[in-house]
Design a protein around this ligand. Structure first.
Ligand code: RI2
Length: 298
């Protein structure tokens, strides 16, 4: 797959999920570097930057994408194209393998917070949240999950099927049923696309409503996020751009006349509604986001 193919698949959401788009972009940039037939190091780096930009411009919200591309580009050092290629290979492979390892570590840590008999609500489709729930199930804990449908893309169906395939007791609910089911829920577990310096979580649209309902019923909210989902740019005050996708994803065009439709696909959940963020480094208060970002920058 070349850069344009991968970029098209990320834009169209054929490849989706903050972690998956990061790994796919890292892999695409690596392949591009390996296959690029250019002997001049300056021109080689320029072409690499252009390819990086193409991948970067696919989806604006998940910082995992930018951080993955930066991690790969860190290896682009050397006096010859061969040296640069070698560096890119090592940085890309390191990013991909450590991000895969992080899923396992986070699932393990999060599973410790899931007690036998718990009822859990999860929103959208987070590899980390799903892995943690499956891990708890494998530990012999009896858990019950309410998976939200997650309009308009309905990623909740992927979550529900993955959990059912692993033998977890799972029920699919519509997004507007979250308040109804929250009263019988012990824990909310969600993923994240971006964590800001003040501990705000940017995740699939509807996450803030789930967190607000959880707050009303005093249900803890756990966010699973690898450290590469923390945004350095927010330390400098840059706001996170919330992606708005085609309104045709919400309602068929021509169905309504004189009606405006909007389709923001992420929202922000303030840190006060988040109990803990679980990263591969451990479990943190959302207020530790600043420290985690500083650690990443060392
Ligand atoms: P993992 C998804 O975005 C959802 O917002 C999900 O919570 C988040 O990525 C994290 O996913 P989208 O690509 O990295 O479906 O935990 O828009 O798999």
């Amino acid at each position: 797959m070349n850069i344009n193919d991968t970029a098209a698949k990320i834009s169209s959401m054929e490849i989706r999920g903050a972690g998956k788009i990061a790994r796919a972009a890292a892999q695409a940039l690596l392949q591009f570097a390996i296959n690029l037939d250019e002997k001049n190091p300056g021109k080689f780096l320029k072409a690499l930057e252009t390819a990086k930009e193409t991948l970067f411009n696919t989806r604006p919200t998940a910082v995992s994408l930018a951080n993955a591309l930066d991690a790969v580009m860190k290896g682009a050092k050397g006096n010859t194209v061969d040296e640069i290629k070698k560096g890119i290979k090592s940085s890309a492979e390191q990013f991909i393998s450590s991000s895969e390892k992080a899923i396992e570590t986070i699932a393990k840590i999060c599973s410790q917070r899931i007690q036998d008999g718990y009822t859990i609500i999860t929103h959208c489709n987070s590899t980390l949240a799903v892995s943690a729930i499956i891990k708890a199930h494998e530990q012999g804990k009896k858990v019950r999950v309410f998976a939200t449908e997650t309009r308009p893309w309905r990623q909740g169906l992927i979550t529900a099927q993955a959990l059912a395939d692993s033998g977890v007791d799972v029920t699919l609910i519509v997004d507007s049923a979250v308040g109804f089911f929250m009263r019988e829920t012990d824990l909310v577990i969600v993923g994240a696309d971006t964590v800001t310096a003040d501990g705000t979580i940017i995740n699939k649209i509807g996450t803030s409503q789930v967190a607000l309902a959880a707050s009303v019923y005093s249900v803890p909210v756990i966010v699973c996020a690898e450290t590469y989902k923390f945004s350095k740019a927010t330390l400098e005050g840059k706001p996170v751009v919330i992606e708005e996708r085609d309104v045709a994803e919400v309602v068929e065009q021509n169905k309504l006349k004189g009606v405006k439709v909007r389709n923001p696909v992420f929202d922000a959940t303030p840190s006060k509604y988040i109990t803990a963020i679980i990263t591969e480094l451990g479990i943190y208060s959302p207020h530790a986001a600043y420290t985690i970002i500083q650690k990443m920058m060392e």
